[in-house]
Write a protein that binds this ligand. Structure first.
Ligand code: PNS
Length: 160
C-alpha cells in the first residue's frame, strides 16, 4: 500500500490545506493527515478540535484519515509505514525552509518529500493570516471550509 502523510499545524485547516489533501488522496492509496503537536506554540484551537475539523472537511475522502503526533515526523512515518511526506508549496519563500526539512528528513530515514504547488487562488493563504484578519473583523469566509469558518467565528467571539 502506498501511504503518504500531510503534516501540519492545521490551526485551523484552510481551503489551501483541503485542496492539497484532495489532490494527494487521488495519488496514494491512503493519506494520513497528521496534526503535529508543538508544545511551545499555543494554538487557537486544541489538537482535538483541529482533528475534529479535519475529519469534518475530509469526510468525502474515504482514503484520508486523521491522526496527531508529538515528536519527529520521520519517526511517525517509520511507525506507520509511510513512504512519502506531501507538502503544499505556496511561493518561493516557502521553498527555502521546506527544502531544508525535506533534505534533513531524507537523510534521517530515507523518507521522501513531494512538493505540490498550491492552486494560484490559495497562494497567499495561511492559517496565521486568516486568524489575524478574522480577529480584526475581516471577512475570511471564502478562505475556509464552511464548518471551519463557523468554529473560527465562534472561537473569536468567545475570546473577544
Ligand atoms: O503547518 P506548519 O506549522 O507549517 O507545519 C510544520 C510541520 C509541523 C510540518 C513541521 O514543523 C514538522 O514537521 N514538525 C515535526 C517535528 C520535526 O520532525 N522536526 C524536524 C524537521 S526536519
Amino acid at each position: 500500500m502506498r501511504r503518504a502523510v500531510c503534516p501540519g499545524s492545521y490551526d485551523p485547516p484552510t481551503n489551501g490545506h483541503l485542496d492539497i489533501l484532495e489532490r494527494a488522496s487521488s495519488l496514494f492509496d491512503e493519506v494520513v493527515v497528521a496534526v503535529l503537536i508543538n508544545k511551545n506554540k499555543q494554538g487557537l484551537f486544541s489538537v482535538e478540535e483541529r482533528m475534529e475539523m479535519l475529519r469534518e472537511v475530509s469526510a468525502h475522502l474515504p482514503n484520508v484519515r486523521i491522526d496527531s503526533w508529538h515528536g519527529l515526523l520521520v519517526h511517525y512515518c517509520q511507525q506507520n509505514d509511510i513512504q512519502a511526506i506531501v507538502k503544499g508549496l505556496r511561493a518561493i519563500s516557502d521553498f527555502d525552509y521546506e527544502l531544508q526539512m525535506a533534505q534533513m528528513n531524507q537523510q534521517l530515514t530515507g523518507v521522501e518529500t513531494l512538493f505540490m504547488p498550491t492552486k494560484p487562488p490559495n497562494s497567499f493563504l495561511s492559517s496565521s493570516l486568516v486568524k489575524e484578519v478574522a480577529t480584526y473583523g475581516g471577512n475570511v469566509s471564502h478562505l475556509l471550509p464552511e464548518a471551519v469558518h463557523k468554529r473560527l467565528v465562534q472561537r473569536l467571539g468567545q475570546n473577544g
